[in-house]
Design a protein around this ligand. Structure first.
Ligand code: WTA
Length: 672
């Protein structure tokens, strides 16, 4: 069995297993809720048992919370590894997040609150941020107009629309407009470089891109349109030209323009009307594609369905965050829409519950390190969902920043993306939750669509560092390579033994990768039925609580963002001076896992081959090169020059040794 990617992870887990603090659920009223949706451990256990023993009845009940345009004939059709949920049903995700609420008389209620980054970078007199609120009626009108504009650009049901936008309300409008007409969206995180756009647009065979002139980040303009232009040029050269680029004017920065291809967002939307009914889609129609990293150099397009995904995100959002419409909640997830967390828990899951969602454009420390706390106090945020890496940064910036602000509106605190160390958990609990807010450490993946292991705030006692117990419908287990469930406290592979509505439906255009990557390694030892393999290692303690240890494949989790080591390696070897590269994770105070790259440089004597001296100048150049090839998130934290990489007899790089070297517990002699 492989060991987890981060060698420090198991040490961290050892300390987590000695963690003895317990935090019991509190009465709902103490936190300002009328009630908990799941009000105690017995209710949780009863519901969970029912959900895995009789999923069809359980999910049919749950499905009543959505609006269906045509009844489904069957809840579940499971032909492993292929699944259909709500067979032949008709439904639309935008209708459920927007139009339904207008029909039900909530058109004038706030659906989305947006706050921009303060535009002037001046800590003394910061420019007040721009604040906009959109009602469900506003969203209905804007998504209809955007959908009509897309249709005019030739987009039809089933055509993938690429979205590469800043965090403004228009990214939500663009996503929901696609859902409205059944055009799957493929959102690319705005921090990715042109090369990443080229890869994703090509793989998705996407012909239309929605972007903006720029986006603000720490007072700087991120040149989104320029990146798209560069990508389009390459796409054209490669014979995959893009037909149209719809561009939002956000920063007013200078941009290139191609009349035959580019159209302004505002002009396109002004030229159409706001009548565009939500298309009655099949339950299994693809709602979106989202690219994520795997073990190979090429990102994979994870396919999600319409009905199953929507129901799963709606249900998990409701139970994990105790979302209740009509109760003055304002929920804030600080992720970017470019990641799955933004898809499921800024947009779909939250809006389907008719709870207003807050969208913030900027960085957590711009112009000052109390930016988040100021926003929470101003808007009276009730649920906050963020990442352990952010929490560790807040700890470092100092307790005085949250202390300055009134955080009394907060009721539930969530984390996602990587294991949270107990120290960060306790800081979050004390300094943000003031000892009263439950913390929900939600474990899930792009592939799972929504939370699969998570505390429920009114029902499950929490332990710092553990994501606790499985969500309804999730038959999670820690197993060995033969699929046998392991006894308490033994480390193994995290598997899910039954299908659930939010599970991925495929890897776009790559059946083999879907079957091999997720469904071939583990199976039921008695029946041979495949289990879903998460690629994470985990243990369960004697209370049945899960402790996730981290990835067991060649994926590293940097600041909660997934990166394939091979992606970074290919970027490094594409630099003319580099002969060979191996990338591993290393412990990092803020990021959890940082990137350590071992590189061998082409001989300095063969200048014509690009040979260089292994010096600091080259280190800087390589860092910039990786940022240019993938994006700033992939910049190595440490680059180490070596004469050669340690290999096994069969020629495989000894990654485990390199991980130990990176972590400082081992040395290699040729390291300089
Ligand atoms: C890790 C993010 C421990 C895990 C939603 C998983 C976590 C990968 C947690 C998926 C958590 C996510 N505790 N580890 N609460 N949440 N992970 O696809 O390794 O970007 O496989 O989805 O993040 O990352 P992805």
């Amino acid at each position: 069995m492989s060991t987890p990617d981060q060698s420090h992870a198991s040490q961290a887990i050892d300390s987590m297993l000695q963690e003895s603090r317990r935090f019991d659920p509190r009465p709902a009223a103490e936190l300002g809720f009328a009630a908990w949706h799941v009000d105690g451990i017995e209710t949780y256990r009863e519901m969970h048992k029912r959900s895995v023993e009789d999923p069809e009845t359980f999910w049919a009940e749950q499905a009543k919370q959505l609006h269906w345009m045509g009844a489904y004939e069957k809840v579940l059709d499971w032909q492993p590894p292929d699944v259909k949920w709500f067979v032949n049903g008709r439904i639309n995700a935008c209708d459920n997040c927007v139009d339904r609420h207008v029909r039900d008389g909530h058109g004038d209620k706030v659906a989305l609150v947006w706050e921009s980054e303060p535009v002037k970078d001046d800590a003394k007199t910061p420019e007040p941020a721009e604040i906009r609120s959109l009602t469900y009626r506003d969203l209905q009108r804007e998504t209809a107009r955007c959908a009509n504009a897309l249709k005019k650009l030739g987009v039809r049901k089933g055509n993938v629309v690429t979205i590469y936008m800043p965090m403004t309300p228009e990214i939500v409008i663009a996503v929901l407009a696609c859902a409205r007409i059944g055009a799957p969206h493929s959102v690319i995180f705005g921090g990715f470089a042109p090369h990443a756009i080229v890869e994703r647009v090509t793989d998705a065979r996407s012909k239309v891109i929605i972007t903006a002139d720029g986006g603000y980040r720490r007072g700087e303009i991120v040149p989104l349109k320029k990146n798209v232009d560069e990508a389009c040029e390459t796409l054209e050269k490669n014979g995959n030209p893009v037909d149209a680029v719809q561009c939002l004017r956000r920063c007013g920065n200078q941009i290139g323009w191609k009349n035959s291809r580019d159209v302004w967002w505002h002009e396109a939307l002004d030229a159409v009307d706001d009548n565009c009914p939500c298309a009655p889609l099949d339950s299994e129609d693809m709602l979106f594609l989202l690219y994520t990293s795997g073990s190979t150099g090429k990102p994979k397009g994870i396919v999600h369905s319409t009905a199953g995904y929507l129901l799963y995100t709606a249900m998990t959002a409701k139970y994990t965050f105790n979302l209740r419409p009509d109760s003055k909640q304002l929920y804030w997830c600080t992720a970017d829409v470019g990641w799955i967390t933004g898809h499921s828990y800024i947009i779909y899951g939250v809006m389907a519950n008719r709870v207003p969602t807050l969208l913030y454009e900027g960085a957590p420390n711009h112009p000052r390190p109390d930016r988040f706390w100021e926003i929470i106090a101003r808007h009276r945020v009730t649920q906050l969902y963020t990442a352990p890496t952010a929490i560790r940064a807040f700890m470092k910036w100092g307790d005085e920043h949250p202390a300055k602000h009134d955080l009394s509106s907060l009721r539930i605190l969530g984390t996602v993306g990587e294991p949270i160390n107990p120290e960060a958990w306790m800081w979050y609990h004390n300094h943000i939750g003031h000892g009263k807010c439950p913390i929900v450490d939600t474990y899930w993946q792009t592939e799972t669509g929504g939370h699969v292991i998570t505390p429920l705030p009114g029902a499950i006692t929490t332990k710092p560092g553990s994501c606790t117990l499985p969500m309804f419908g999730i038959d999670a287990a820690v197993v060995n390579e033969e699929g046998h469930e392991l006894p308490a406290n033994q480390g193994g592979l995290l598997a899910i033994r039954k299908p659930w509505p939010g599970m991925l439906r495929g890897v776009f255009g790559d059946r083999d990768r879907f079957v091999k990557g997720y469904w071939s390694r583990l199976k039921d030892p008695r029946t041979g039925t495949p289990y879903y393999f998460s690629a994470d290692g985990a243990r369960r303690d004697s209370d049945g609580y899960f402790w996730v240890m981290g990835r067991v494949d060649d994926v590293i989790n940097v600041s909660g963002h997934r990166l394939g080591t091979m992606e970074v390696e290919s970027a490094l070897v594409s630099h003319p001076a580099i002969a060979e590269a191996a990338v591993v994770g290393m412990p990092h105070e803020i990021k959890g896992t940082g990137i350590c790259a071992f590189v061998t440089v082409k001989s300095a004597w063969s200048k014509q081959n690009g040979g260089r001296l292994p010096d600091d100048a080259l280190r800087k150049e390589l860092t910039a090169h990786v940022a240019k090839e993938i994006g700033p998130i992939a910049k190595p934290d440490s680059i180490r020059f070596a004469d050669g990489l340690p290999k096994t007899r069969s020629g495989k790089t000894m990654r485990r040794l390199l991980r130990d070297v990176a972590a400082g517990v081992e040395k290699i002699t040729q390291d300089t």
